[in-house]
Design a protein around this ligand. Structure first.
Ligand code: FE2
Length: 552
């Protein structure tokens, strides 16, 4: 994996601003290369002498500084002093940040008569006459027009050089930005590839921590995942305590991290919090193991699911906006995933509540068979497990067992509770309960897979069942399994008009009905796990084992 922080280091290096003396010295060198004599350099904004070479007399510094400032404002080369054959020329250079430097040099523009020129040169250059005479004797002679033309050319060239440098550093910065952005996009892309409701918060956060730890210049990183808000008390799957995941050298315990989050105000912050040694070196800072820090929250809308916390730059430098932006991008993806998972959990809890309510409604309708649905669910699930069905299908058949008789809600109480044989008309009425159940549940999309069992649990293998008279494997397998579990529990349970049949009689009826009323393979599976089923039938009714989180 390419290392993110190296490119950042070189970016900041290339952007570093030189000091005023360095820039002034560079300008003096460039002008000396063009004109062959030394230049002084003034700060055009501050009106101060920034660079003074020994070979160029300073003259009246105060006056020259003021004149340089005017040249800087006009941004054009100009002759600013004239005394006899002496001409002082000022050449401005505008820096990338808009500030200006001005190079100054005094030129001799005609063959000076040393005796005559020395006194005025001494005044202009602020030196004694002897030194002025010596200085004049060493100077080349410049035609004034050629000098000014060259000064203007030098100004243009300096401006062109500045533009070139600016473009060059912009290209460098852009290329570094592209490199950083590519890394970020690549990281986020890989993270989104793992976004799926099948992957839980803990796993996705571990993947993110692993990547961030390898990508950012940090010593340690952690994700603090809070328990989901408003958990249903019956939800046995969801996390109920905060979970701390860490990667790299992580220095804080969970209580310390909570203290830190309170201290930096993370719970109220909606933007990344970045702290460096300006804060962490203060005496009031209570977390000596944390020198640099970034905190971002895992949020979706107004809901907060936790925090990502990165600590300590691996080279002791400051953590900045680039690292904070990447963490914030990752945190927003994690936050959305947490939000989606939470919605999914709440949907599962709602559906679980609906299934419990419907199961209770069946029991309330037919108290003599209390617990029947629950036992059918468990027996059917046990048979299905023996037949090698996958966990999701086991969940489906468990729910199907719970709800298979939901249509009895629509059957008249007189008929349902009649303590004796039914008339043909009453039996026809009872026989409508699979279709009634189907109609009750058909609009609950989440229970689609339960519908075939509700509709067909009274079909017979030989086609003599109801409501559709399906034959053999035309009846869905889960319905064939529930049919056996239903018959087993019905025969073994007490009724107001008869006691429950003994096991031997129930077993004999089931064996006799294999390949006629029931699927022989299902009956075979039933007897293969007969002992487990006997145990299920003996047990008191237990809490429903509904696991819709897996099933939805
Ligand atoms: Fe039924």
């Amino acid at each position: 994996m390419p290392v993110y922080h190296e490119s950042l280091a070189s970016l900041s290096e290339s952007n570093r601003i030189s000091s005023l003396p360095q820039r002034a010295s560079r300008l003096a060198d460039a002008l000396e290369a063009s004109f062959g004599i030394s230049f002084s350099v003034y700060d055009g904004d501050g009106a101060t002498l920034a660079y003074a070479p020994p070979a160029m007399p300073r003259g009246n510094v105060e006056l020259r500084a003021e004149l340089a400032k005017q040249v800087a404002q006009r941004r054009e080369a100009a002759a600013i002093e004239e005394e006899g054959s002496l001409l002082t020329v000022a050449i401005p250079q505008i820096e990338p940040d808009g500030s200006a430097l001005v190079g100054l040099a005094t030129f001799v523009t005609s063959n000076a008569r040393l005796d005559e020129e020395a006194p005025s040169a001494a005044r202009l250059l602020d030196m004694d006459e002897t030194s002025a005479r010596i200085w004049l004797g060493k100077q080349p002679v410049w035609p004034p027009e050629a000098l000014m033309r060259m000064a203007r050319l030098a100004t243009d060239r300096l401006a062109a050089d500045q533009r070139t440098n600016r473009l060059r550093s912009e290209v460098a910065a852009l290329s570094q930005n592209i490199s950083s952005t590519y890394e970020e996009i690549s990281l986020l892309y890989r993270l989104t590839q793992n976004l799926s409701l099948a992957i839980n918060d803990e796993k996705l956060n571990r993947i993110a921590l692993d990547w961030l730890s390898a990508t950012l210049p940090i010593q340690g990183i952690a994700a603090l995942l809070l328990p989901p808000p408003n958990l249903s008390p019956t939800n046995r799957e969801a996390r109920r305590e905060p979970l701390l995941l860490t990667e790299g050298e992580w220095p804080l315990s969970l209580p310390q991290l909570n203290d830190l989050l309170n201290t930096v105000g993370a719970r109220e912050a909606r933007r990344p919090i970045v702290l460096n040694q300006l804060v962490t070196l203060r005496e009031t800072w209570r977390f000596p193991a944390v020198q640099q820090l970034i905190v971002v929250s895992l949020c979706e809308g107004s809901r907060c699911f936790g925090y990502l916390v990165a600590v300590n730059h691996s080279s002791g430098k400051e953590l900045g906006t680039v690292e904070a932006n990447l963490l914030a991008s990752v945190a927003s993806i994690l936050g959305i995933h947490c939000g989606n998972s939470d919605l999914y959990r709440r949907r599962a809890e709602l559906l679980t509540g609906i299934v419990r309510a419907l199961t209770s409604a069946i029991d309330a309708k037919d108290p003599y068979t209390c617990g029947h649905s629950d036992r059918v669910a468990r027996v059917a699930e046990r048979i299905a497990k023996h037949l090698g069905l996958d966990p999701r299908t086991l969940n489906t058949i468990y729910l199907s067992g719970l709800l298979h008789d939901i249509g009895k809600i629509g059957i008249n109480d007189d008929v349902l509770r009649k303590p004796g044989p039914l008339t043909p008309a009453e039996f026809e009425h009872i026989k409508t309960h699979p279709e009634l159940g189907y109609k009750i549940l058909v609009d609950l999309n989440e229970l689609d897979e339960v519908l075939p069992v509700v509709l067909h649990h009274h079909e017979n293998w030989d086609g003599k069942g109801y409501p559709h008279g399906l034959v053999g494997e035309d009846t869905p397998l889960l319905a064939r399994i529930v049919a056996v579990a239903d018959a087993f529990d019905a025969m073994g349970s007490d009724r107001p008009y008869r006691p429950g049949m003994p096991d031997e009689k129930v077993d004999a009826i089931l064996r006799a009905g294999a390949g006629k009323q029931w699927d022989a393979k299902v009956i075979e599976a039933f007897f293969a796990v007969r002992e487990d089923i006997r145990e299920i039938a003996r047990r008191e009714r237990e809490a429903l084992e509904i696991d819709l989180q897996q099933w939805l």
